[in-house]
Design a protein around this ligand. Structure first.
Ligand code: 13P
Length: 253
């Protein structure tokens, strides 16, 4: 039997809103076809401005729409921020938080990411929490220490909060050195990391419905071998999600 997989397209800021609209409308029939496989969940994450339109385009289909970030606050004087409540009005079911690009360029810290996590939980939006180590940390064999630190604040929240309605919690391991670099982590390395991650989830006091994703330079050339890592439940795809034919190949491989 084929395994269940999640395919998350993180478009980052690569498209303008016309291109996001065109991607959705030009590839509509093919996207619907891909999503009709009961083992496949597709989540498109466009810019904030396209959330409403894309959710409308794919209403009553199996294509899901996710945001790329949310505010750690519920409301108030936070110019330029978007609340989880507003995301819920666009019918967003998923939201990426803690992406390494936000950690780096927006100086986001884990305590703030934990607040975003709670905002999303309160509005029944599944968080897609990104974690991962830098190249230097990888070279110094510090990966597990880094992941442990990044997960700790979130796990504290999970241990005290009841996550309602079996809401899926998604953790995406994205080694920063693999993002946009063309090189992915080796299969052996990923087997170890995902086994470790699975143990951390199993050791939580409160049981959660958790899915584990891999992200970083996924392409049609490496997707098949990445799918051989048993504990990976899906992929967070950057560059290859911008070209529908590449994205389709990754889904279908
Ligand atoms: P690339 O697939 O372009 O390496 O990006 C990965 C990523 O950052 C997805 O969130």
């Amino acid at each position: 039997m084929r395994k269940q997989y999640l395919f998350v397209a993180n478009w980052k800021m690569n498209f303008n809103i016309n291109q996001e609209f065109n991607f959705a409308t030009h590839n509509y029939d093919d996207l619907i076809k891909l999503s009709e496989d009961s083992n496949t969940t597709i989540i498109l994450c466009p810019s904030f401005l396209s959330l409403y339109d894309l959710n409308k385009i794919f209403k009553e289909t199996k294509i899901n729409i996710g945001a790329q970030d949310c505010s750690p606050h519920s409301k108030g004087p936070y110019t330029g921020q978007i609340s989880a409540e507003s995301l819920s009005f666009t019918e967003c079911k998923y939201c990426i938080i803690g992406h390494s690009e936000r950690r780096e360029f927006n100086k986001e810290i884990d305590a703030e990411i934990a607040k975003k996590f709670m905002q999303l939980i309160n509005h029944k939006i599944s968080p897609i929490l990104c974690i991962g180590e830098k190249l230097q940390e990888y070279k110094e064999n510090k990966t597990l220490d880094i992941l442990k630190y990044q997960l700790e604040k979130i796990f504290n929240v999970i241990n005290t909060e009841i996550i309602s309605q079996n809401l899926p919690i998604i953790i995406a391991y994205e080694p920063i050195w693999a993002i946009g670099s063309g090189s992915t982590a080796s299969i052996d390395y990923l087997e170890n990391i995902f086994t470790w991650l699975k143990i951390q989830i199993e050791n939580l006091e409160k049981k959660i419905n958790c899915k584990l994703l891999y992200g970083g330079s996924i392409s049609p050339d490496n997707a098949k071998s990445l799918k051989s890592v048993k504990l990976i439940d899906g992929f967070l795809i950057g560059k290859s999600s911008l070209d529908f034919q590449e994205f389709k190949k990754i889904v279908e491989l």
